[in-house]
Design a protein. Structure first.
Length: 427
């Protein structure tokens, strides 16, 4: 296509043909038509169906690229994606999501209106594997949002309740800015892994430009068990920690980035890294306990996801991560059928829902709390300082929402060694 206004890149990997077809249809049915579409087949599981279908489409806007071997996400791969095409504006979208028909037109209007806008994205709706809308805490805003230079960084670091994030597959970039961010990240020796989604936005917001959010939900973002984002990655957060520390420090010293925001985020990321590091150690202990064959645990993780999604109509990817090995661990501990929940908040409530539904033979005998006693849902709440712990008779299940509280209590009571017997639900 000669002189397209927008370049669209769709990468296809481990997705069903149904998802890919819906993604491509969403692009081709846009009200704005003057775009070129590059479909990169990165060793897709649906290659044969995809080959035949694209041939049948015979759309002059499509360029179909088949990679001989699967390429993991890396700097070279990212640069290849954003070097495709000739348009000033470019979007890299996903093979399991769906653009609403007016998205590209609305985004292009924003970039055309002000040459200082580097990137634009609408809000998103969450959908499940069947395309049903998921009721979840997606934000609603009354007016479009414009992040001026440095403002996105500070709000990202503070992460207040009203902070609006960009979803990468819905962003239309002014190409120069994303390539400039790549160059800077490369110069800073930044690792191009799953943390890339957060890091390039921080880079762009250091430039004299704007970042724009359209208030309307024009992109359907699919939540399902096959996507990368269902599991937290320790390396990802470790790289985030190093990047935040090294890259933003000079801007804190110059007064562009709020020191309060920087310190708060640095503390939170470090805590998350520590938690994931501990969780990995526990995972290894659990794998050793239940045996190296964890296929049953993987199957249960899918069951957990389906249960969580169908019953509560929410994504539940933290439920997968929390239950993947830990549910299997609880099942194997046949001698302990009773359990106590630490804390009375939403984290313990979610853990109880999962255990009661997936391991009905286990019985919750009460709650442990550091500050209060009483009754919750017909079960006693015991004060932690007064309760006699006997790990041979039951299991204590804790959600990470109470992590610091638990650590402090165990050290005070010289009970830290029993922590290995407290599967942590990452909810």
């Amino acid at each position: 296509m000669e002189n397209p206004a927008v370049t669209v890149v769709l990468t296809v990997c481990d997705r069903s043909f149904k998802f890919v077809k819906q993604a491509v249809d969403g692009i081709l049915n846009q009200t704005f038509k003057e775009f070129e579409l590059y479909i990169i087949n990165n060793s897709s599981i649906a290659t044969l169906e995809l080959d035949n279908w694209i041939n049948e489409l015979n759309d002059y806007r499509i360029s179909y690229i088949k990679l001989k071997n699967h390429i993991e996400f890396c700097e070279e791969y990212a640069r290849k994606i954003f070097s495709l095409g000739t348009a000033e504006y470019i979007i890299w979208t996903h093979d399991d999501d769906i653009m609403q028909k007016e998205m590209l037109e609305r985004e292009k209007q924003v970039l055309d209106s002000d040459e200082n806008i580097a990137m634009v994205s609408p809000l998103v709706k969450l959908i499940d594997s069947e395309g049903n809308y998921i009721i979840y805490k997606t934000p609603d805003i009354k007016e479009d949002i414009v992040y001026e230079r440095w403002s996105y960084i500070n709000q990202f670091l503070l992460h207040s309740k009203d902070f609006i994030e960009f979803q990468t597959p819905a962003i239309l970039f002014r190409r120069w800015y994303i390539n400039q961010a790549f160059d800077e990240m490369s110069d800073k020796k930044c690792e191009f892994n799953t943390s890339f989604d957060a890091l390039y936005k921080l880079c762009i917001n250091t430039y004299p430009c704007k970042m724009y959010v359209i208030k309307d939900k024009l992109y359907n973002y699919r939540i399902h068990e096959m996507q990368w984002s269902v599991c937290e990655n320790f390396d990802c957060w470790k790289y985030m920690l190093n990047f935040i520390k090294g890259y933003l420090q000079e801007y804190v010293e110059k007064g562009y980035v709020l020191e309060e925001a920087y310190n708060k985020y640095f503390k939170n990321i470090k805590k998350r890294c520590d938690r994931l590091s501990f969780s990995e150690k526990i995972d290894n202990k659990i794998i050793s306990y239940i045996g190296n064959d964890i296929s049953e645990a993987k199957r249960r993780s899918k069951d957990t996801y389906s249960f969580w999604k169908d019953k509560y109509k929410v994504p539940g990817y933290t439920a997968i991560q929390g239950c993947f090995l830990r549910i299997e661990y609880l099942i194997k501990m046949q001698e302990r059928r009773n359990y106590l929940l630490w804390g009375t908040g939403s984290g313990s409530e979610h853990a109880k829902i999962i255990i009661d539904n997936l391991i009905p033979e286990m019985v919750c005998i009460g709650y442990i709390d550091s500050y209060k006693t009483g009754v919750k849902d017909g079960l006693n709440i015991y004060l932690a300082s007064d309760y006699k712990f006997d790990s041979e008779n039951y299991i204590i299940v804790a959600a990470t929402t109470a992590e610091e509280e638990i650590d402090k209590f165990l050290k005070e009571k010289n009970l830290e060694q029993i922590k290995d017997y407290m599967p942590q639900f990452l909810i």
